[in-house]
Design a protein around this ligand. Structure first.
Ligand SMILES: *[C@@H]1O[C@H](CO)[C@@H](O)[C@H](O)[C@H]1NC(C)=O
Ligand SMILES: *[C@@H]1O[C@H](CO)[C@@H](O)[C@H](O)[C@H]1NC(C)=O
Ligand SMILES: *[C@@H]1O[C@H](CO)[C@@H](O)[C@H](O)[C@H]1NC(C)=O
Ligand SMILES: *[C@@H]1O[C@H](CO)[C@@H](O)[C@H](O)[C@H]1NC(C)=O
Ligand SMILES: *[C@@H]1O[C@H](CO)[C@@H](O)[C@H](O)[C@H]1NC(C)=O
Length: 273
């Protein structure tokens, strides 16, 4: 009898080496554009789209940057609501530059993981651009199948095509190659789930945080032409840049930018009081 119970327990342990809770992997491909589905670059993603379920499109939160969008994806909140947002990174840099006391002083490094209800995340891998993509997938599988602490929610991140898109443009050959490579990694994840008998136990959401468009010279916005050297600090980048006027230059800078915006027509100025 004892032997039988033992055997049963062992069996149960084997079968339930994964979490008893619903298991979800959210895969984010940074700056992956939905128009890639109109190309021949993503056969595996297209196949998944056909056998799975999909949304025609998503609407970004503003600013359409990586961190605020990921924070919103994770929390369901708009950037201005999330503690860690408009984001922690830009505000942090801004406050550092202006040497003001940071409201994010507890988080003195820009990062993607924050304690939740006093608990730290169970597994984390510090971002390393050279961290092999298939190794990332294997790591995720090892977390989900961990005997002691099986993960039931994993956020898996790929920094492409964003990184090379910024440098070479989203329509470049190198970006196309990276999109093909991402399509391969989608297949690899599927294969790994199958090999571990996890296909019907794990849900996977594939998404992107924002898209990307090419900008040609007539649309370049030269902010410095509206600003006098030595009167301001700046932080951020496209699509949202913060100008921090030195004391006494607030009105002059605002008026100059506002006039520039009306003339140039491709940017908008907001004043943060
Ligand atoms: C969470 O991690 C931080 C930084 O590593 C550490 O200082 C803190 O004590 C941890 N908190 C808990 C509840 O484990
Ligand atoms: C994708 O995988 C196939 C088959 O494994 C391989 O032949 C091809 O070179 C890979 N493409 C990229 C861009 O990694
Ligand atoms: C997956 O299931 C098959 C058939 O039931 C079994 O032979 C194999 O050992 C399982 N693989 C793993 C990694 O659990
Ligand atoms: C931007 O404007 C400034 C001031 O008018 C000028 O010196 C600079 O060359 C311009 N930069 C570009 C890239 O056109
Ligand atoms: C702007 O001012 C900084 C120092 O205040 C100086 O190093 C820099 O050369 C100046 N740039 C221009 C374009 O005048």
């Amino acid at each position: 009898m004892i032997a039988k119970i033992l055997v049963q327990c062992l069996l149960i342990t084997c079968v339930y080496a994964i979490s008893k809770h619903p298991i979800l992997i959210v895969v984010s491909y940074d700056a992956f554009r939905y128009t890639s589905f109109d190309t021949e670059l993503v056969p595996n993603m297209k196949r998944l789209k056909n056998v799975g379920t999909y949304a025609d499109h998503l609407i970004n939160v503003f600013p359409t940057k990586t961190f605020p969008n990921h924070h919103s994806i994770a929390t369901g909140l708009y950037p201005k609501c999330t503690v860690s947002s408009v984001t922690a990174i830009t505000i942090l840099t801004m406050e550092r530059r202006s040497r003001r006391r940071s409201i994010f002083r507890d988080y003195d490094v820009a990062r993607a993981s924050f304690p939740y209800q006093g608990q730290n995340i169970t597994y984390i891998k510090t971002f390393q651009p050279d961290y092999d993509w298939s190794e990332r997938v294997k790591t995720v599988i090892s977390w989900i199948t961990d005997d002691e602490k099986p993960a039931n929610l994993v956020m898996l991140y790929f920094e492409e095509p964003d990184t090379h898109g910024h440098a070479f443009g989203p329509d470049s050959e190198i970006v196309n190659e990276l999109i093909e490579k991402l399509d391969n990694i989608t297949l690899y994840l599927e294969e790994q789930l199958e090999q571990h008998n996890l296909s019907d136990k794990v849900n996977v959401i594939h998404l992107s945080d924002h898209g990307m468009v090419s900008v040609t010279p007539p649309y370049f916005i030269n902010i410095t032409q509206y600003l006098k050297n030595g009167t301001y600090e700046w932080t951020g980048a496209s699509p949202c840049i913060q100008i921090i006027p030195h004391d006494g230059y607030e009105d002059e800078i605002y008026k100059s930018l506002k006039a520039g915006s009306e003339k140039q027509g491709h940017f908008t100025v907001f004043k943060k009081s």
